[in-house]
Design a protein around this ligand. Structure first.
Ligand code: SF4
Ligand code: SF4
Ligand code: FES
Length: 258
């Protein structure tokens, strides 16, 4: 069944404008059928149907990982998954909101962990139960090679885990599929922290800037900003100099903030 969306169907808040003539399709949320515009993401379609996101929603842009969603399609036995803010609805999509994955999150003192495989063994021993089935890779909305970074962890290659998992948004979908009940994403975060702390080359520029901050170089500038009125702040913001997309060799006209 299809109907046409009214001309003035502009959603408030995210300013979604539904084009005239957009087809309405049925989706099911927790067993109840709703007709929603076919162009919407799951998140916007649920809001269109009257739901309000208080949890399971953050950036709305595929970055924060808060909106992991599992769904089925009519007549299809497969279980699909995706980010609700990025996945467009399909006719007869059956949606169920799932709770956040209560994955093991180890407590550790990064200063006391060794920079080798024993750090992983001590904090996330379940990593070594991985049977290399690849279910985690298939479900990852960021197209990360999750199984490969698990293999790197089992070899104790902390740098490889860090590099391969850099775009992880901590959505937890990999964990939801793991037959070995491992916790890929928290383990990978540990490796990124370890690599940042012990493995990665230190940046001279960052060290210099930290010293400048400690020495109070920016205190007068912050005080000046704090003294401005809201209108003055807005004016400064609107008139600020923009860094170009390709900024190699670029310097702002005003260099006292560098
Ligand atoms: S690795 Fe796991 S937690 Fe990270 S983005 Fe992929 S599925 Fe989500
Ligand atoms: S789903 Fe679990 S067992 Fe399978 S490859 Fe990924 S981490 Fe290993
Ligand atoms: S709301 Fe942040 S990834 Fe979907």
């Amino acid at each position: 069944m299809t109907t046409t969306v009214a001309k003035d169907a502009m959603r408030k808040g995210d300013k979604t404008v539904i084009a005239e003539g957009t087809r309405m399709i049925p989706i099911y949320v927790m067993g109840k059928r709703y007709y929603v515009p076919e162009t919407l993401t799951i998140q916007k379609a649920m809001e269109y149907a009257g739901y309000q996101f208080i949890r399971s929603c953050g950036c709305r842009g595929g970055i924060c990982g808060a909106c992991a969603t599992v769904y089925r399609l009519e007549g299809d036995y497969k279980l699909y998954s995706g980010l609700a803010c990025q996945t467009v609805v399909q006719p007869n999509m059956y949606l169920v909101q799932i709770p956040f994955f209560p994955a093991n999150k180890a407590a550790y003192d990064i200063e006391k962990l060794p920079y080798d495989i024993t750090a992983i063994q001590e904090t996330y021993p379940e990593t070594f139960r991985c049977v290399q089935c690849n279910a985690c890779t298939k479900v990852c909305p960021m197209d990360l090679e999750v199984m490969y970074y698990m293999a790197a962890a089992i070899r104790g290659d902390i740098e490889a885990v860090a590099e391969m998992s850099r775009s992880c948004i901590m959505c937890g979908l990999c964990t939801s599929r793991c037959p070995a009940e491992t916790n890929q994403y928290n383990m990978a975060e540990l490796c990124r922290r370890l690599y940042g702390r012990y493995g990665q080359k230190k940046s001279k520029n960052v060290a210099k800037r930290v010293e400048e901050i400690k020495a109070g170089k920016y205190d007068p500038m912050i005080k000046e900003l704090q003294s401005l009125s809201l209108d003055e702040l807005k004016k400064r913001y609107e008139e600020r100099e923009w860094e170009p997309v390709i900024s190699e060799g670029w310097e702002p006209k005003e260099t006292k903030y560098l």
